[in-house]
Design a protein around this ligand. Structure first.
Ligand code: G3H
Length: 255
């Protein structure tokens, strides 16, 4: 109702932080489902937040998606005055090239005039292939960098939207529907309770690794992502900073 509309953004930020039990929430005005400018504002808010938490030397692990691409687009050399090394958080998880973590990490390094490492590993690896791949010196080295990241930047997606975008097999789609998956992050799919109902097997950062990473910044907005954000935040480390928009925030606060 009207009372809710009148609640200021700063009040919503505190209320959401409290409800989601995370470190901080930053809300930009508008709804990124409806406006590309709002998505760009999410990117700018993320860049501002990064600047605040960067130290002398930083390894920054990033995931894929259009929101992360929006972050990459607004990064500038100014932010790269600190020592930065960008790495993809996980191996391929079935996205088109413009949405892949490798692509986004390389754009981030280019725009900040800093370094990056590529991490080309296939998605859906079997345990055997996994065991032999991690013995490859190049892969082993990048994997160590990823695991020692000081900052992680990641998106959150609606489960079915993400599975469709990744051309997931019919049996995976069925599994997600049967288990009522609503959210996705890092290739993990969650139900409303925050339980993992499916996971894309790939090399790189695993959900349990996040607890060791000092700065975890999640960037996700749009009314359509409210359920996904709520679900994922049940599993997210308490150190998470969420950058979202008014569209998602108002929907989250209704619940
Ligand atoms: O894992 C979540 C997705 O990367 C989010 O993608 O930012 O294009 O909605 P998106």
């Amino acid at each position: 109702g009207l009372i809710r509309e009148l609640i200021g953004i700063d009040v919503m930020e505190l209320e959401l932080k409290h409800r989601l039990k995370i470190r901080k929430v930053i809300i930009v005005p508008g709804n990124s489902d409806e406006s590309l400018m709002v998505k760009e504002d999410l990117g700018k808010a993320c860049a501002f937040c990064m600047k605040k938490y960067l130290t002398g030397k930083n390894i920054i692990a990033v995931t894929g998606g259009s929101t992360m691409a929006a972050v990459a687009n607004v990064l500038t050399p100014e932010i790269g005055k600190k020592e930065l090394l960008f790495v993809p958080a996980r191996g391929g998880i079935g996205e088109d090239v413009q949405n892949q973590a490798n692509t986004i990490s390389s754009i981030m390094s280019k725009n900040t005039k800093s370094k990056h490492r590529v991490f080309y590993v296939p998605d859906q690896v079997s345990n055997e292939i996994y065991q032999s791949l991690i013995k490859e010196p190049e892969i082993h080295e990048v994997l160590n960098l990823i695991k020692s990241a000081s900052m992680v930047l990641h998106g959150i997606g609606d489960a079915i939207t993400m599975a469709e975008r990744r051309n997931s097999k019919p049996e995976i789609m069925q599994k997600l529907v049967t288990n009522a998956a609503v959210g996705e992050a890092f290739g993990y799919y969650f139900n409303e309770k925050g339980e993992i109902v499916h996971k894309v097997l790939t090399i790189g950062l695993q959900l349990e690794d996040l607890a060791q990473i000092p700065n975890v910044i999640a960037v996700a907005g749009g009314t359509s992502k409210a359920k996904a954000i709520k679900a994922y935040m049940k599993k997210a480390p308490a150190s998470t900073i969420l950058i979202t928009d008014e569209g998602a925030a108002r929907m989250l606060l209704k619940g």
